[in-house]
Design a protein around this ligand. Sequence first.
Ligand code: GTP
Ligand code: MG
Length: 364
Amino acid sequence: MLNCGIVGLPLCGKTTIFNVITKAGAEVKPYASGKTDPNRAVVPVPDKRFDKLVEIYQPKREVPAQVEFVDLAGLSKDASKGAGLGNAFLSFVSESDALIHVIRCFDNPQVPHPEGNIDPSRDWEIVEMELIFRDLSVIENRLSRLNSKKKLQDEEKREQDLLERCKKFLLEERPLRELELTAEETKLLRGFAFLTVKPELVVLNLDETQVDEDSVPGMEKFKRLSTERNLQVVRLFGRMEMDLLELGEDEQKEFMEDLGIREPGRERLIAAAYKLLGLISFFTVGKDEVKAWTIRQNSTAVEAAGAIHTDLARGFIRAQVVHYNDFEANDFSMAKSREKGLLRLEGKEYLVKDGDIIEIRFNV
Ligand SMILES: Nc1nc2c(ncn2[C@@H]2O[C@H](COP(=O)(O)OP(=O)(O)OP(=O)(O)O)[C@@H](O)[C@H]2O)c(=O)[nH]1
Ligand SMILES: [Mg+2]
Protein backbone atom coordinates (compact mmCIF):
# COMPACT_ATOMS: atom_id res chain seq x y z
CA MET A 1 0.00 0.00 0.00
CA LEU A 2 1.28 3.47 -0.83
CA ASN A 3 1.96 5.80 2.06
CA CYS A 4 2.19 9.50 2.89
CA GLY A 5 4.91 10.53 5.30
CA ILE A 6 4.16 13.51 7.54
CA VAL A 7 7.20 15.76 7.81
CA GLY A 8 8.01 19.16 9.30
CA LEU A 9 10.08 20.90 11.94
CA PRO A 10 9.90 19.65 15.54
CA LEU A 11 6.71 20.68 17.36
CA CYS A 12 4.82 21.92 14.33
CA GLY A 13 1.90 19.57 15.05
CA LYS A 14 2.71 16.50 12.93
CA THR A 15 1.36 14.01 15.43
CA THR A 16 -1.69 16.19 16.00
CA ILE A 17 -2.41 16.19 12.25
CA PHE A 18 -1.70 12.45 12.12
CA ASN A 19 -4.35 11.96 14.82
CA VAL A 20 -6.84 14.11 12.95
CA ILE A 21 -6.33 12.05 9.80
CA THR A 22 -6.22 8.60 11.37
CA LYS A 23 -8.15 9.00 14.65
CA ALA A 24 -5.33 6.87 16.03
CA GLY A 25 -4.95 8.76 19.30
CA ALA A 26 -1.15 8.86 19.22
CA GLU A 27 0.49 10.70 22.10
CA VAL A 28 0.99 14.43 21.64
CA LYS A 29 3.49 16.23 23.87
CA PRO A 30 4.47 19.86 24.39
CA TYR A 31 8.18 19.02 24.01
CA ALA A 32 10.03 17.49 21.09
CA SER A 33 9.38 13.77 21.18
CA GLY A 34 12.75 12.86 19.65
CA LYS A 35 11.13 9.60 18.71
CA THR A 36 12.49 7.84 15.63
CA ASP A 37 9.98 5.05 15.48
CA PRO A 38 7.15 6.47 13.38
CA ASN A 39 3.44 6.12 14.14
CA ARG A 40 1.60 4.41 11.31
CA ALA A 41 -2.05 3.93 10.49
CA VAL A 42 -4.16 2.91 7.54
CA VAL A 43 -7.27 5.00 6.89
CA PRO A 44 -10.27 4.61 4.61
CA VAL A 45 -10.43 7.26 1.91
CA PRO A 46 -13.68 9.23 2.22
CA ASP A 47 -15.64 8.97 -1.04
CA LYS A 48 -19.29 10.00 -1.33
CA ARG A 49 -19.69 7.85 -4.46
CA PHE A 50 -18.64 4.77 -2.51
CA ASP A 51 -21.08 5.61 0.29
CA LYS A 52 -23.88 5.97 -2.23
CA LEU A 53 -23.08 2.60 -3.87
CA VAL A 54 -23.18 0.95 -0.45
CA GLU A 55 -26.56 2.55 0.17
CA ILE A 56 -27.88 1.26 -3.18
CA TYR A 57 -26.54 -2.30 -3.00
CA GLN A 58 -26.73 -2.91 0.75
CA PRO A 59 -23.88 -5.42 0.42
CA LYS A 60 -22.78 -7.95 3.05
CA ARG A 61 -19.32 -6.44 2.92
CA GLU A 62 -18.10 -2.96 2.12
CA VAL A 63 -14.45 -2.21 1.50
CA PRO A 64 -13.39 1.41 0.95
CA ALA A 65 -10.10 2.51 -0.59
CA GLN A 66 -7.28 2.91 1.89
CA VAL A 67 -4.07 4.88 2.30
CA GLU A 68 -1.39 4.63 4.92
CA PHE A 69 -0.09 7.64 6.85
CA VAL A 70 3.21 7.69 8.67
CA ASP A 71 3.94 10.25 11.38
CA LEU A 72 7.67 10.96 11.34
CA ALA A 73 9.88 12.57 13.94
CA GLY A 74 10.64 16.29 13.66
CA LEU A 75 13.21 17.27 11.09
CA SER A 76 15.84 19.54 12.62
CA LYS A 77 17.78 22.16 10.79
CA ASP A 78 21.02 20.54 9.56
CA ALA A 79 19.54 17.03 9.71
CA SER A 80 21.32 16.35 6.42
CA LYS A 81 24.59 16.99 8.30
CA GLY A 82 23.53 14.58 11.01
CA ALA A 83 21.89 17.05 13.43
CA GLY A 84 18.87 15.93 15.45
CA LEU A 85 17.85 12.49 14.32
CA GLY A 86 19.65 13.26 11.09
CA ASN A 87 20.07 10.39 8.75
CA ALA A 88 17.81 7.99 10.60
CA PHE A 89 15.01 10.42 10.00
CA LEU A 90 15.88 10.97 6.37
CA SER A 91 15.86 7.27 5.68
CA PHE A 92 12.26 7.10 6.92
CA VAL A 93 11.37 9.94 4.58
CA SER A 94 12.85 8.01 1.68
CA GLU A 95 10.35 5.19 2.32
CA SER A 96 7.38 7.51 1.83
CA ASP A 97 5.62 7.71 -1.52
CA ALA A 98 4.47 11.28 -0.94
CA LEU A 99 5.04 13.93 1.71
CA ILE A 100 2.67 15.93 3.82
CA HIS A 101 4.66 18.90 5.02
CA VAL A 102 3.16 20.44 8.14
CA ILE A 103 3.86 24.13 8.74
CA ARG A 104 3.25 25.60 12.14
CA CYS A 105 1.05 28.69 12.21
CA PHE A 106 -0.23 28.39 15.77
CA ASP A 107 1.49 30.28 18.52
CA ASN A 108 1.69 28.57 21.87
CA PRO A 109 4.02 29.84 24.61
CA GLN A 110 3.93 26.38 26.24
CA VAL A 111 5.36 24.88 23.08
CA PRO A 112 8.57 26.65 22.08
CA HIS A 113 9.09 27.03 18.34
CA PRO A 114 12.51 25.56 17.45
CA GLU A 115 13.36 28.70 15.45
CA GLY A 116 12.00 31.10 18.07
CA ASN A 117 9.02 32.60 16.23
CA ILE A 118 6.24 31.88 13.75
CA ASP A 119 7.35 32.28 10.14
CA PRO A 120 5.73 29.80 7.71
CA SER A 121 7.90 30.52 4.66
CA ARG A 122 11.15 30.27 6.60
CA ASP A 123 10.02 26.95 8.10
CA TRP A 124 9.04 25.61 4.70
CA GLU A 125 12.44 26.57 3.33
CA ILE A 126 14.38 24.94 6.19
CA VAL A 127 12.77 21.57 5.60
CA GLU A 128 12.93 21.90 1.83
CA MET A 129 16.65 22.72 2.03
CA GLU A 130 17.35 19.70 4.22
CA LEU A 131 15.71 17.46 1.65
CA ILE A 132 17.70 19.17 -1.09
CA PHE A 133 20.98 18.75 0.81
CA ARG A 134 20.28 15.08 1.37
CA ASP A 135 19.64 14.52 -2.35
CA LEU A 136 22.76 16.47 -3.21
CA SER A 137 24.90 14.31 -0.96
CA VAL A 138 23.49 11.16 -2.57
CA ILE A 139 24.38 12.60 -5.96
CA GLU A 140 27.87 13.65 -4.88
CA ASN A 141 28.60 10.15 -3.63
CA ARG A 142 27.52 8.53 -6.83
CA LEU A 143 29.26 11.10 -9.02
CA SER A 144 32.55 10.76 -7.22
CA ARG A 145 32.39 7.01 -7.72
CA LEU A 146 31.64 7.45 -11.42
CA ASN A 147 34.29 10.12 -11.84
CA SER A 148 36.95 7.91 -10.30
CA LYS A 149 36.45 5.30 -13.01
CA LYS A 150 38.92 5.32 -15.87
CA LYS A 151 36.39 4.50 -18.52
CA LEU A 152 32.63 4.76 -18.33
CA GLN A 153 30.16 2.47 -20.09
CA ASP A 154 27.57 4.26 -22.24
CA GLU A 155 24.94 3.72 -19.61
CA GLU A 156 27.17 5.12 -16.89
CA LYS A 157 27.89 8.14 -19.04
CA ARG A 158 24.17 8.76 -19.39
CA GLU A 159 23.74 8.41 -15.66
CA GLN A 160 26.57 10.84 -15.04
CA ASP A 161 25.03 13.44 -17.36
CA LEU A 162 21.65 13.08 -15.77
CA LEU A 163 23.06 13.35 -12.25
CA GLU A 164 24.99 16.47 -13.25
CA ARG A 165 21.73 17.96 -14.48
CA CYS A 166 19.99 17.08 -11.22
CA LYS A 167 22.86 18.53 -9.22
CA LYS A 168 22.74 21.82 -11.06
CA PHE A 169 19.01 22.00 -10.46
CA LEU A 170 19.35 21.27 -6.74
CA LEU A 171 22.12 23.84 -6.41
CA GLU A 172 19.59 26.39 -7.65
CA GLU A 173 17.60 25.30 -4.60
CA ARG A 174 14.90 23.68 -6.65
CA PRO A 175 13.39 20.28 -5.83
CA LEU A 176 13.75 17.49 -8.40
CA ARG A 177 9.99 17.17 -8.70
CA GLU A 178 10.12 20.36 -10.80
CA LEU A 179 12.70 18.92 -13.20
CA GLU A 180 11.34 17.74 -16.52
CA LEU A 181 12.32 14.15 -17.11
CA THR A 182 11.61 11.52 -19.73
CA ALA A 183 10.07 8.24 -18.61
CA GLU A 184 13.45 6.60 -19.04
CA GLU A 185 15.22 9.21 -16.91
CA THR A 186 12.59 8.88 -14.21
CA LYS A 187 13.23 5.17 -14.15
CA LEU A 188 16.98 5.68 -13.97
CA LEU A 189 16.59 7.98 -10.97
CA ARG A 190 14.17 5.74 -9.11
CA GLY A 191 16.93 3.67 -7.56
CA PHE A 192 18.29 6.72 -5.74
CA ALA A 193 15.07 7.26 -3.78
CA PHE A 194 15.48 11.03 -3.95
CA LEU A 195 13.44 12.95 -1.42
CA THR A 196 12.72 16.05 -3.48
CA VAL A 197 11.01 14.11 -6.28
CA LYS A 198 8.27 13.02 -3.93
CA PRO A 199 5.02 14.88 -4.45
CA GLU A 200 4.35 17.24 -1.57
CA LEU A 201 1.26 18.66 0.04
CA VAL A 202 1.69 21.56 2.47
CA VAL A 203 -0.58 21.67 5.50
CA LEU A 204 -0.90 24.97 7.34
CA ASN A 205 -1.58 24.02 10.94
CA LEU A 206 -3.71 26.84 12.29
CA ASP A 207 -4.96 27.58 15.74
CA GLU A 208 -8.68 28.16 16.31
CA THR A 209 -7.86 31.82 16.98
CA GLN A 210 -6.50 32.10 13.43
CA VAL A 211 -9.72 31.72 11.46
CA ASP A 212 -8.61 34.91 9.77
CA GLU A 213 -5.36 33.47 8.48
CA ASP A 214 -3.95 36.88 7.66
CA SER A 215 -3.43 37.26 11.40
CA VAL A 216 -0.64 34.67 11.16
CA PRO A 217 2.74 36.43 11.19
CA GLY A 218 4.44 36.14 7.80
CA MET A 219 1.33 34.89 6.03
CA GLU A 220 1.55 37.36 3.18
CA LYS A 221 5.10 36.25 2.46
CA PHE A 222 4.07 32.62 2.59
CA LYS A 223 1.27 33.21 0.09
CA ARG A 224 3.73 34.77 -2.31
CA LEU A 225 6.09 31.83 -1.85
CA SER A 226 3.34 29.30 -2.41
CA THR A 227 2.28 30.98 -5.66
CA GLU A 228 5.86 31.25 -6.86
CA ARG A 229 6.69 27.66 -6.04
CA ASN A 230 3.32 26.32 -7.07
CA LEU A 231 2.72 24.66 -3.70
CA GLN A 232 -0.39 22.65 -3.02
CA VAL A 233 -1.72 23.94 0.27
CA VAL A 234 -4.40 22.65 2.63
CA ARG A 235 -5.45 24.52 5.77
CA LEU A 236 -6.29 22.65 8.90
CA PHE A 237 -7.11 23.55 12.50
CA GLY A 238 -5.03 20.71 13.87
CA ARG A 239 -5.51 20.74 17.61
CA MET A 240 -9.13 21.80 17.44
CA GLU A 241 -10.04 19.08 14.94
CA MET A 242 -8.24 16.54 17.07
CA ASP A 243 -10.17 17.61 20.14
CA LEU A 244 -13.43 17.48 18.20
CA LEU A 245 -12.92 13.90 17.02
CA GLU A 246 -14.85 12.57 20.00
CA LEU A 247 -17.92 14.56 19.03
CA GLY A 248 -20.47 13.34 16.50
CA GLU A 249 -20.27 14.75 13.00
CA ASP A 250 -23.20 17.13 13.45
CA GLU A 251 -21.96 18.43 16.76
CA GLN A 252 -18.54 18.94 15.27
CA LYS A 253 -19.93 20.92 12.32
CA GLU A 254 -22.01 23.06 14.65
CA PHE A 255 -19.04 23.79 16.87
CA MET A 256 -16.91 24.78 13.92
CA GLU A 257 -19.59 26.95 12.39
CA ASP A 258 -19.79 28.86 15.65
CA LEU A 259 -16.10 29.60 15.28
CA GLY A 260 -16.58 30.64 11.66
CA ILE A 261 -14.92 27.56 10.17
CA ARG A 262 -16.77 26.25 7.14
CA GLU A 263 -15.88 22.58 7.09
CA PRO A 264 -13.53 20.17 8.80
CA GLY A 265 -10.26 19.69 6.93
CA ARG A 266 -9.88 15.99 7.63
CA GLU A 267 -11.68 14.56 4.62
CA ARG A 268 -10.30 17.20 2.32
CA LEU A 269 -6.78 16.37 3.44
CA ILE A 270 -7.16 12.61 2.97
CA ALA A 271 -8.69 13.07 -0.48
CA ALA A 272 -5.90 15.46 -1.45
CA ALA A 273 -3.27 12.98 -0.22
CA TYR A 274 -4.83 10.18 -2.26
CA LYS A 275 -4.75 12.34 -5.35
CA LEU A 276 -1.23 13.46 -4.58
CA LEU A 277 -0.11 9.85 -4.58
CA GLY A 278 -1.42 9.62 -8.13
CA LEU A 279 -4.14 7.19 -7.11
CA ILE A 280 -7.65 6.70 -8.41
CA SER A 281 -10.47 4.36 -7.42
CA PHE A 282 -12.66 2.09 -9.45
CA PHE A 283 -15.57 0.20 -7.96
CA THR A 284 -16.87 -3.33 -8.07
CA VAL A 285 -20.48 -3.66 -6.94
CA GLY A 286 -22.88 -6.43 -5.99
CA LYS A 287 -25.03 -7.82 -3.22
CA ASP A 288 -22.04 -9.56 -1.62
CA GLU A 289 -19.58 -6.74 -1.74
CA VAL A 290 -19.10 -3.14 -2.75
CA LYS A 291 -15.44 -2.35 -2.98
CA ALA A 292 -13.29 0.61 -4.00
CA TRP A 293 -10.05 -0.58 -5.58
CA THR A 294 -6.96 1.55 -5.72
CA ILE A 295 -4.88 1.84 -8.88
CA ARG A 296 -2.45 4.37 -10.25
CA GLN A 297 -3.66 6.99 -12.70
CA ASN A 298 -3.46 5.84 -16.30
CA SER A 299 -3.82 2.16 -15.47
CA THR A 300 -5.37 -0.05 -18.13
CA ALA A 301 -8.38 -2.35 -17.74
CA VAL A 302 -6.14 -5.38 -17.58
CA GLU A 303 -4.06 -3.75 -14.84
CA ALA A 304 -7.24 -3.01 -12.95
CA ALA A 305 -8.21 -6.66 -13.34
CA GLY A 306 -4.79 -7.60 -11.96
CA ALA A 307 -5.40 -5.43 -8.90
CA ILE A 308 -8.39 -7.64 -8.12
CA HIS A 309 -6.69 -10.95 -8.82
CA THR A 310 -3.86 -12.15 -11.05
CA ASP A 311 -6.26 -14.74 -12.55
CA LEU A 312 -8.50 -11.96 -13.79
CA ALA A 313 -5.61 -10.33 -15.60
CA ARG A 314 -4.40 -13.64 -17.03
CA GLY A 315 -7.79 -14.72 -18.31
CA PHE A 316 -9.02 -11.22 -19.16
CA ILE A 317 -11.62 -11.09 -21.95
CA ARG A 318 -13.40 -7.76 -21.55
CA ALA A 319 -14.26 -5.22 -18.89
CA GLN A 320 -17.86 -4.12 -18.56
CA VAL A 321 -17.69 -0.46 -17.56
CA VAL A 322 -20.03 2.32 -16.57
CA HIS A 323 -18.84 5.52 -14.98
CA TYR A 324 -20.33 6.37 -11.59
CA ASN A 325 -21.63 9.73 -12.88
CA ASP A 326 -23.52 8.05 -15.74
CA PHE A 327 -24.84 5.39 -13.41
CA GLU A 328 -26.08 8.07 -11.03
CA ALA A 329 -27.62 10.10 -13.85
CA ASN A 330 -29.61 6.98 -14.82
CA ASP A 331 -31.16 6.37 -11.44
CA PHE A 332 -28.47 3.85 -10.50
CA SER A 333 -29.93 1.43 -13.00
CA MET A 334 -27.62 -0.84 -15.00
CA ALA A 335 -30.46 -1.56 -17.46
CA LYS A 336 -31.03 2.13 -18.17
CA SER A 337 -27.29 2.75 -18.47
CA ARG A 338 -27.03 -0.11 -20.96
CA GLU A 339 -29.95 1.21 -23.04
CA LYS A 340 -28.14 4.51 -23.40
CA GLY A 341 -24.91 2.79 -24.37
CA LEU A 342 -23.21 4.03 -21.19
CA LEU A 343 -22.62 0.52 -19.90
CA ARG A 344 -20.18 -0.85 -22.42
CA LEU A 345 -17.51 -3.46 -23.01
CA GLU A 346 -13.90 -2.34 -23.07
CA GLY A 347 -10.71 -4.14 -24.04
CA LYS A 348 -7.39 -4.66 -22.29
CA GLU A 349 -5.91 -1.27 -23.17
CA TYR A 350 -8.85 0.83 -21.98
CA LEU A 351 -7.61 3.51 -19.56
CA VAL A 352 -9.62 3.23 -16.38
CA LYS A 353 -11.11 6.47 -15.06
CA ASP A 354 -11.52 7.49 -11.46
CA GLY A 355 -15.07 6.43 -10.55
CA ASP A 356 -15.55 3.68 -13.14
CA ILE A 357 -17.74 0.80 -12.02
CA ILE A 358 -16.23 -2.32 -13.52
CA GLU A 359 -17.01 -5.99 -13.94
CA ILE A 360 -14.26 -8.12 -15.41
CA ARG A 361 -15.21 -10.90 -17.83
CA PHE A 362 -12.54 -13.55 -17.75
CA ASN A 363 -11.79 -17.12 -18.51
CA VAL A 364 -9.15 -19.29 -16.84
N1 GTP B 1 -2.26 26.18 20.55
C1 GTP B 1 -2.11 25.17 19.69
N2 GTP B 1 -1.28 24.18 20.03
C2 GTP B 1 -1.11 23.17 19.17
C3 GTP B 1 -1.76 23.14 17.90
N3 GTP B 1 -1.37 22.01 17.25
C4 GTP B 1 -0.51 21.38 18.07
N4 GTP B 1 -0.34 22.07 19.25
C5 GTP B 1 0.47 21.69 20.40
O1 GTP B 1 1.82 21.58 20.02
C6 GTP B 1 2.46 20.51 20.74
C7 GTP B 1 3.18 19.59 19.79
O2 GTP B 1 2.25 18.93 18.97
P1 GTP B 1 2.63 17.58 18.22
O3 GTP B 1 1.49 17.23 17.34
O4 GTP B 1 3.12 16.57 19.18
O5 GTP B 1 3.86 18.11 17.34
P2 GTP B 1 4.91 17.25 16.51
O6 GTP B 1 5.23 18.05 15.31
O7 GTP B 1 4.40 15.87 16.30
O8 GTP B 1 6.15 17.22 17.50
P3 GTP B 1 7.45 16.28 17.40
O9 GTP B 1 7.04 14.93 16.93
O10 GTP B 1 7.99 16.27 18.79
O11 GTP B 1 8.37 16.98 16.45
C8 GTP B 1 1.36 19.83 21.55
O12 GTP B 1 1.42 20.31 22.87
C9 GTP B 1 0.11 20.30 20.86
O13 GTP B 1 -1.00 20.31 21.73
C10 GTP B 1 -2.66 24.21 17.58
O14 GTP B 1 -3.28 24.25 16.51
N5 GTP B 1 -2.78 25.19 18.51
MG1 MG C 1 5.27 13.99 16.75
